[in-house]
Design a protein around this ligand. Structure first.
Ligand code: MF3
Ligand code: CO
Length: 250
């Protein structure tokens, strides 16, 4: 499904709200604060801008919160809880907004106080993998080119890419065509990208194994070995001038 310039403009407004919410909520991260508090703050900020959190009640069983907040070995889909953050944790905030029927989705991993050199490196490698992949998101490229860019960069840095969860198209639905955008794979495979495609690129990277476990809440995805993981995600439009990040403020 290809979007017009006007439709992309509407997605940019949802993306602006996601980016603003990430910025403001990240400023509240400190030891002692709970993920639940950050979730409630995010929900308030999204509603205040005329958006609606699009994660609440998503999927089966219905996702139970407005945001996903994943700490340390939690990779994605962390259900915000009341456990206070501790100095040295890393925390991924994953926020999504729908406004006027159009969706946007972005995630960022942050440090709680001083963190280990390994966690710092993990965050840097994951963020850089996202931007290497975004550079490939242009008309004529394939979804495989994006996955390959992430995998190559991550593995050359000694880390592993999560495979059980993938990026996705986005638009009038949170998950739209092209359905699956793996963060690993081969160049020149998968779907061909065209001007008007809007996609979420979201490397999930682990220090240890790429294998995952799902907690009893049926949502929180953690690394099977308990080692830390980071997650960075942007909503991108493929334009005539190359990739455009929609989940930003200006
Ligand atoms: N940002 C996630 C994604 O890219 C979150 C969706 S799962 C939900 O798909 F249940 F929390 F909505
Ligand atoms: Co996503």
């Amino acid at each position: 499904m290809l979007k017009t310039k006007d439709q992309i403009k509407l997605m940019k407004e949802s993306g602006r709200i996601v980016a603003r919410t990430l910025r403001l909520v990240s400023q509240a991260i400190e030891p002692g604060v709970t993920p639940k508090h950050l979730n409630d703050l995010a929900e308030k900020l999204i509603l205040e801008e005329g958006g609606v959190p699009n994660f609440l009640n998503y999927g089966t069983p219905p996702y139970p919160a407005a945001t996903c907040i994943s700490v340390n070995e939690a990779i994605i889909h962390g259900v915000p809880d009341e456990r206070p953050l501790q100095e040295g944790d890393i925390i991924s905030l994953d926020f999504g907004v729908v406004k006027d029927g159009w969706h946007a989705d972005s995630a960022w991993t942050f440090a709680v106080g001083e963190i280990s050199a390994e966690k710092k490196r993990l965050m840097n490698v994951t963020r850089e993998a996202l931007f290497q992949a975004i550079a490939k998101a242009k008309a004529g490229s394939t979804t495989g080119d994006i996955g390959h860019a992430v995998q190559k960069y991550v593995e050359s840095n000694g880390y592993s890419v999560i495979r059980d969860f993938v990026g996705h198209g986005i638009g009038q639905r949170l998950h739209d065509d092209p359905r699956d955008i793996p963060m690993y794979g081969k160049s020149n495979t998968g779907h061909k990208l065209k001007v008007g495609h809007t996609i979420c690129i979201e490397p999930m990277v682990a220090v240890g194994t790429h294998k995952v476990k799902i907690l009893d809440d049926k949502w929180t995805v953690v690394t099977a070995d308990g080692k830390p993981s980071a997650h960075f995600e942007h909503t991108i439009a493929i334009t005539e001038n190359g990739p455009e990040i929609l989940t930003k403020e200006d």
